[in-house]
Design a protein around this ligand. Structure first.
Ligand SMILES: Cc1cc2nc3c(=O)[nH]c(=O)nc-3n(C[C@H](O)[C@H](O)[C@H](O)COP(=O)(O)OP(=O)(O)OC[C@H]3O[C@@H](n4cnc5c(N)ncnc54)[C@H](O)[C@@H]3O)c2cc1C
Length: 545
């Protein structure tokens, strides 16, 4: 029988743990979390917790930029249509409309708060990426947009006396009482646990790329927020939709660096080992087709040629322009002896962006009263079955603002109540066998890469599901004392939900490609798959424990 996911990762007793109180608790300090904090009026207290240093987030590593209609020749309708076209008929049209029309204000605000986007003679430079019909991506420092945006946002946030940032503090679980979210259980760097009680809680914990060996995501992206929400009974949806970035640098010994889509926007070709361009054979938009199409074409090329990667080629572009526009990629390739202006750059798809997540409405409310979510941890309906490039930082900004405002409004209607609620969780771990956690984690990443990758089949997914269940059986009931164990438990919890969703969806849509069901099937599957932790494992219709 499937192992029921335990409600909490560790045992605790409120009488033995220090308590803190704040008006609003924000879990995660990437762009979504910081934007949420800055939406809260200065008379309310805000605590932001991050599990690593504040700059360890996907936001900080974002390269290409933020999409917004800025050019007078561009139109909101075109950005909306591009987003809907990429989303495989699963976007929420109202949400797409709202987010895209809000984008120029959110960009202007970032500039007001100190972000210096690349510009020429006072006019913002705009890049073009896959799936966009117009140049509309604002960027900074060439290909290091996230670094500049986060530099400015952290500095801006640190000026606010009402916002406190608690770094290196791992959120273990959400605290719930009488059907409401009331705070979170946090482990600080010294191992000391802390219960933070808040009137409203905003979850902004980012993505899940660390489920895969080939991933662009930083080490913090271990799906902790998805897992904590799931354990607390919050609805997750669209978990089968993991977006793979088509061009992740593939060099043994290098970190799996992302080669931004903007490089193809500037004219780079995708070629095979004979330097033959192949994308025009797959799609009339060639290298600028949406990511799912490019990733799937690359996988087909690799399978057909039995070669482990394909290549980017820029030797037909102006070398000075390439070096100026992409200084980061030029430098990281040079470290491995690759001259990006003349040499083949080896690439293959890697896990990049978790489209699915905690279901939110247009204000950012989750299905659990008192809990809000924004950014990559959430599922807002903007991306549908496939995210359009550079729409995610935008989503984090828009939903960060909405969730911050909504939470602040809710707080203003609540009385002050500095009281811990009586929660008990005294689960005892009976196990004595020592586990090699790295071994299980590496095995999980390999399994996800083999069986839950760009192309899936029922038999691969079934095998993944059974294997993950076996690991869950002996890993989930354990009590660990540091992030290595907690992250593994979170990864297993979320992997199981993702695989269950992918197995259920018997069609191909957006980033979800079932080799055994290659067609889109609107009649049966033009809908979201929703998951909640069941109270009992044998509950009807629930494929996951
Ligand atoms: C290499 C790369 C390039 C990208 N380029 C672009 C781009 O050009 N344009 C674009 O739109 N998108 C891009 N993306 C995607 C985009 O960067 C992310 O989707 C976005 O930054 C997510 O923001 P976030 O605030 O939701 O999460 P993050 O920025 O990832 O922040 C997550 C935060 O949660 C904290 N956290 C996580 N777990 C816990 C825990 N257990 N306890 C406490 N804190 C926790 C982390 O410490 C961190 O502070 C890129 C992503 C990557 C990886």
């Amino acid at each position: 029988m499937t192992q029921l996911t335990p409600r909490y990762l560790v045992s605790f007793h409120p009488k033995e743990i220090p308590h803190r109180f704040t008006d609003i608790l924000i879990i995660g300090g990437g762009l979504a979390g910081l934007r949420a904090a800055n939406a809260v009026p200065s008379d309310l207290s805000v605590m932001i917790v991050t599990k690593d240093a504040i700059l360890q987030s996907s936001s900080n590593y974002a390269q290409g930029g933020i999409a917004s209609v800025i050019d007078p020749e561009d139109r909101f309708e075109d950005h909306i249509n591009d987003t809907l076209a990429a989303g495989g008929a699963l976007c929420d049209q109202q949400i797409v409309d709202m987010v895209i029309r809000e984008a120029p204000d959110r960009i202007a605000e970032l500039m007001q708060w100190g972000t210096r986007f690349d510009s020429q003679a006072g006019v913002l430079q705009l890049g073009k990426e896959g799936g966009h019909s117009h140049h509309r991506v604002v960027h900074a420092l060439g290909d290091a947009t996230g670094r500049e945006v986060m530099r400015a946002m952290v500095a801006w946030t640190q000026q606010s006396d009402n916002i406190q940032i608690l770094e290196n503090s791992f959120t273990l679980d959400l605290l719930t009482h009488e059907g409401c979210c009331r705070g979170a259980l946090i482990a600080q760097q010294d191992g000391q646990k802390l219960m933070v009680w808040a009137k409203q809680i905003i979850l902004c914990t980012g993505g899940a790329g660390q489920l895969y060996r080939e991933s662009t995501n930083p080490t913090v992206a271990t799906a902790d927020g998805h897992a904590a929400a799931y354990r607390a009974g919050v609805e997750l949806r669209d978990m089968e939709f993991m977006q793979f970035h088509p061009t992740v640098l593939y060099i043994a010994g290098s970190s799996r660096s992302l080669i931004t889509e903007a490089i193809r926007g500037e004219g780079a070709y995708l070629v095979d080992q004979q330097r033959k361009r192949f994308m025009p054979d797959y799609d009339e938009r060639a290298e600028l087709a949406p990511r799912d199409i490019v990733s799937q074409a690359i996988v087909k090329q690799m399978n057909d040629s039995k070669h482990p990667c394909v290549y980017l080629l820029l030797d037909h572009l102006d070398p000075e322009l390439v070096k100026k526009r992409f200084p980061g990629i030029t430098a990281s390739c040079a470290e491995f002896g690759i001259d990006v202006t003349t040499d083949l750059i080896p690439v293959r798809p890697g896990a990049h962006y978790m489209i699915g997540g905690v279901t939110v409405n247009q204000e950012g409310r989750t299905t659990l009263p008192g809990l809000w979510a924004a950014g990559e941890v959430s599922s807002s309906g903007l991306h549908g079955a496939n995210r359009l490039a550079s729409n995610s930082l935008l989503e984090g900004l828009v939903y960060g603002a909405h969730a911050g405002q909504g939470a602040a409004q809710a707080v203003s209607e609540m009385p002050d109540n500095f009281q811990a609620v009586p929660l008990d969780n005294l689960a005892v771990d009976q196990s004595t066998e020592i586990l090699d956690l790295d071994d299980i984690r590496n095995s999980l990443k390999s399994l996800m890469g083999r069986n839950m990758n760009v192309q899936r089949t029922a038999s691969n997914l079934q095998e993944a599901s059974e294997t993950i269940d076996r690991w869950r059986q002996y890993v989930l009931p354990r009590q660990f004392s540091d992030p290595q164990g907690w992250e593994l438990q979170n990864l297993l919890t979320v992997a199981r939900v993702m695989v269950a969703a992918a197995l259920l969806r018997e069609e191909s849509r957006g980033v979800h490609l079932r080799a055994d069901y290659p067609q889109i099937d609107d009649e049966q599957w033009k809908r979201h798959l929703r998951f909640r932790r069941p109270e009992r494992v044998d509950q009807e219709h629930c494929p996951v424990g």
